[in-house]
Design a binder for this molecule. Sequence first.
Ligand SMILES: [Zn+2]
Length: 100
Amino acid sequence: MNLLLIRLIIFAVLFFAGLKLYRMYREWKLDREGPRQAGDAQANRMVRCRWCQVHLPEEDALRVRGDWFCSGDHRDKYLAERQEEEQETHHEQHNDKRGE
Ligand SMILES: [Zn+2]
C-alpha cells in the first residue's frame, strides 16, 4: 500500500515537472519567434481586391484612390465599370431633358 502511494506521488511529481518544462519550452519558443512573427505580420498586411474580393498581401496589391486590387486587370475592369455607370447616369439625365 505504501509502495503504491509512493509510486503515485512520483508519478504526480513527474507529471507536473513535465508540464512545467513544457510551458517553459513554449514560452522560450514564443520569446525567440515572437518578434520575427510580428515583423512578418506587419509586412504581410492583408487587403481585399475591390473587384473579386480576394485577400492578398498589401505589397502585392495595387492601390487606386483608396481601393485595393489584386491585379491591373481587375483595377481596369472596376474603373471601366464605374465609368460606364457615370456615363449611364449622364445619359439618363440627357433623356429627361429631351422628354423621352
Ligand atoms: Zn481581383
